[in-house]
Design a protein around this ligand. Structure first.
Ligand code: 26Q
Length: 801
């Protein structure tokens, strides 16, 4: 299609859909028109991809994730279709700005953070690598809450993302399945004495899929992300006559649960988990049966991936369908289940490991509980006398009245992986050590990655242009080619061009900050960024204490020779995470104090941007000079914002945690600021129990001064929160070693400050960060999953195109 044809088609579609001309149409109408042109254009490839997979009996992977976080899809679909430039220019000639239409699309935010965003980066990469893989999840009516600040406190508002409809989805009524929830199950012998389950009571829910095309990067492949929505089956209508009955039923898939390890014990959440697991597994089996292949070979057609433990019931549901519905023997079914399933762990925090009470599980999915009981019984039976008794007790699935979902996922699969080298090593040596003793071959690492297309080509067009002009365009397909940039680290023209792109991005972020927060920041200052969920272990508090120190130092000596800096935060706290919300309040109050202080003006600004989400990340990341990756070593499984920031030329200040270790290896020690305890040192403290925060507080006058500022009135309006945070450090012994790492962190910050003063050197460091970020592409990651875990291959027919 050329520009002329596009304009013609666009005007025709607008006339057909709305009976309008361009000049009469609202941005929303124009957005709907463009979207509908796009979906009709790729739906042919979508159908063909689907048909090719079927005709070639292609093995497919199914990525089960309770979260997907794609953000906006308009531009990424345009880019992947190869339409972006053409449409931008064509619209411009019609007097329409593409970016005005982009603003119309709500973020699709069916995820909390890292785990959901990773799932969406994988969807982009799987399609872009031409791999046959699908997503399977829940179509929440409301995405992650919207964050507002009122009196500097976080307030949550519902995210009504579907209000104006959703262009990209297709409701597929013909593919609906029924899911049984609750009731009783007992086993009844048939005429041959075989036991079959008989269900009594409970309710039958209808799961209706909404499919969204996952468009590959200029390769004609369109895969499917299938999200399940709940409806009342016609035959059950009678039972849901009253408003309350209907409401409580429909609420089931209405909200995404905020990441909140402390309040996990919610029956609705468990029902959600079983709902999308059962619907997804049933639909895979139905498709497989339509291929008319021997059931025994299903592992050659399907790979099911369990993204964290939330979909771990896949193991039991797959067993249920094979044994109860397909009359397969337990042994054969178990062998197949293990071959089909694989599992990724995303967390080492013990309190986040998912467990459900037996009672609740019996209540929600009684047959699944029976099957888990049998899996557990056989697990113990097989190991008794072979393995150490205590080890068996520690690794079995059902313990102390609870079902341990990670145990189910490991025992019921052939692969367990972590998401960064350090994390995968810790799984083997500490967190899942007992399982490593039982199944050493199942453990492996798959370091996370990011969708380079979204995080450079779309988010940072200014830098992309410089890259094209310097190293050619091959990096757009093959991110390893970013390495070619290293040939230009002494080339002042290139260094300046990259710096100019950064400066442009900083100016537009500054404008955004001005219009959204009313705060004036200078694009000449260092933009120092910490963007991620608010969690104690991520230590936004450490960042804040350093800012307070700088503020106090500047108050004492306004002439202090520091580079002007703008500290930028973006973070949501789970609504019930009291401590995290207190941190937000205190950061906001410190911001009010600092930003209003004339005496330090120009040297220090603090901005907490409201409602951090994918779209805001796309604005912030290209404008960042410094990337804060300061979690306590051993706590952050991987991190992915660290990769996005590095890719966009930010310099990382980091602990040796998660993927930071691999980022350090990629850029070398001279191009990153590493500080703080190592994971080994942290574990030493745990072992010896010899960390005493109060000693540091009493000995170190700087720490004293800074920590006291939380409670001595230096910062207004934080009487309660200041005390609470003070107590977490001093009275409750600083669980995340903030004070222990404080001095080292300040030194690292000082070195960053110094490096920035040497402009040329800074630009070289920045260039090396971009140049070495290629290995963190999620294309690489999904290819490793495809080769090592899923055993899926691209469709050859499409390779030449
Ligand atoms: C649990 C129970 C009840 C309700 C919600 C939850 C819940 C929801 C989301 C628990 C955990 C999550 C999300 C976890 C997550 O995002 N983990 C991050 O995964 C990234 C991708 O692998 C890593 O880079 C991060 O290090 C890890 O923190």
């Amino acid at each position: 299609m050329d520009k002329k044809e596009f304009k013609k088609k666009f005007k025709r579609r607008l006339a057909e859909k709305f009976a309008m001309e361009v000049t009469d149409a609202s941005s929303n109408e124009l957005y709907q028109t463009l979207g509908s042109l796009m979906t009709s254009a790729y739906s042919q490839d979508w159908r063909e991809t689907w048909k090719d997979y079927r005709e070639n009996n292609q093995k497919q992977s199914y990525y089960f994730s309770i979260e997907f976080l794609p953000g906006k899809m308009l531009k990424s679909n345009l880019l992947n279709m190869g339409w972006l430039e053409l449409v931008e220019e064509g619209l411009d000639e019609l007097g329409i700005q593409l970016n005005d239409l982009v603003e119309i699309e709500p973020d699709m935010a069916l995820g909390n953070g890292g785990l959901g965003r990773l799932a969406s980066c994988f969807m982009d990469s799987i399609a872009s690598c031409g791999l046959p893989g699908n997503g399977n999840g829940i179509r929440y009516e409301y995405g992650l809450f919207k964050q507002r600040f009122v009196d500097n406190y976080q307030v949550e508002l519902p995210d009504e993302w579907l209000q104006k409809g959703n262009l990209w989805e297709v409701r597929k009524e013909s593919k609906a399945v029924d899911v049984q929830i609750g009731g009783n199950v007992y086993l009844k012998p048939d005429q041959y004495g075989k036991l079959s389950p008989v269900y009594e009571g409970g309710s039958k829910l209808r799961a209706v899929p909404y499919d969204t095309g996952m468009v590959g990067y200029q390769n004609k492949i369109v895969n499917t992300m299938r999200l399940w929505s709940l409806e009342i089956p016609p035959e059950e209508e009678d039972r849901y006559r009253s408003i309350e009955a209907r409401r409580s039923f429909e609420d089931l898939t209405s909200v995404l649960y905020p990441d909140d390890s402390n309040e996990a014990g919610r029956k609705m959440r468990l029902t959600q988990e079983y709902f999308f697991v059962s619907a997804g597994v049933q639909s895979i089996l139905r498709y497989f049966k339509s291929l008319n292949q021997p059931m025994d070979e299903i592992n050659q057609y399907a790979a099911i991936h369990i993204n964290d433990t939330h979909p771990a019931m896949c193991v039991a549901e797959f067993m249920r369908l094979l044994v109860d519905e397909e009359q397969m023997s337990w042994e054969r079914a178990w062998d197949l289940t293990r071959k089909v399933m694989s599992y990724t762990n995303h967390t080492i925090m013990a309190e986040a490991l998912e467990k459900w009470s037996i009672d609740m599980m019996k209540n929600v999915c009684p047959r699944i509980y029976q099957i888990i009981e049998e899996i557990d019984r056989r697990f113990v039976e097989e190991l008794i006398g072979v393995q150490d008794f205590d080890l068996i007790q520690r690794t079995r699935i059902i313990q102390d009245g609870q079902v341990h979902m990670a145990h189910l996922a490991i025992i019921g699969s052939h692969s367990t992986n972590g998401v960064a080298k350090l994390h995968s090593d810790l799984l083997k040596s500490v967190v899942l050590h007992d399982f490593y003793l039982l199944y050493p071959d199942r453990f492996n690492n798959k370091t996370n990655g990011i969708a380079m297309r979204r995080w450079v080509q779309l988010a940072n067009p200014a830098m992309s242009k410089v890259l094209d002009a310097t190293i050619g365009k091959t990096w757009r397909k093959n991110s390893d080619d970013l390495r070619l940039l290293l040939n230009y680290e002494e080339d002042d023209q290139v260094l300046n061009a990259l710096a100019e792109a950064k400066y442009q991005n900083k100016r537009s972020l500054a404008a955004y900050i001005k219009s959204h927060c009313g705060i004036e920041v200078s694009p000449e200052a260092i933009f120092d960024v910490q963007i991620k969920r608010l969690h104690a272990y991520k230590r936004q508090l450490l960042n804040l204490l350093h800012i307070i120190k700088l503020y106090l130092d500047l108050k004492e000596n306004p002439e202090l020779p520091i580079e002007p800096r703008v500290f930028i935060f973006g973070a949501k706290a789970a609504p019930s995470y009291h401590y995290a919300k207190s941190i937000i309040k205190v950061i906001n109050e410190v911001a009010s104090l600092i930003n209003a202080d004339e005496t330090i003006k120009g040297k220090l600004k603090l901005v907490f941007l409201e409602n951090y989400n994918v779209s805001l990340a796309e604005r912030i990341i290209p404008a960042a000079d410094v990337s804060e990756q300061i979690s306590l070593a051993s706590k952050e499984a991987s991190g992915t914002s660290n990769m996005k920031l590095m890719l966009n030329g930010a310099v990382t200040i980091a602990t040796l945690d998660g993927a930071n270790v691999e980022i350090r290896d990629a850029v070398g020690d001279d191009n990153i600021a590493i500080f703080g305890l190592t994971e080994g040192e942290v574990y030493q403290y745990y072992e010896k129990r010899n960390y005493h925060a109060i000693d540091l507080y009493e000995r170190d006058t700087t720490i004293q001064k800074v920590v006291n500022a939380l409670i001595d009135g230096t910062i207004p309006n934080i009487t309660k929160e200041g005390q609470e945070i003070f107590d977490s450090l001093i009275k409750y012994n600083d669980e995340f070693f903030v004070l222990r790492d404080f001095e080292d962190y300040c030194a690292a910050q000082m070195s960053v400050n110094q490096a920035y003063q040497d402009t040329r050197r800074w630009r070289q460091i920045s260039l090396r960060n971009t140049a070495n970020a290629g290995r963190f592409s999620s294309d690489r990651t999904v290819q490793q999953y495809a080769d090592d875990i899923w055993q899926i291959e691209p469709l050859f027919a499409h390779n030449d195109n």
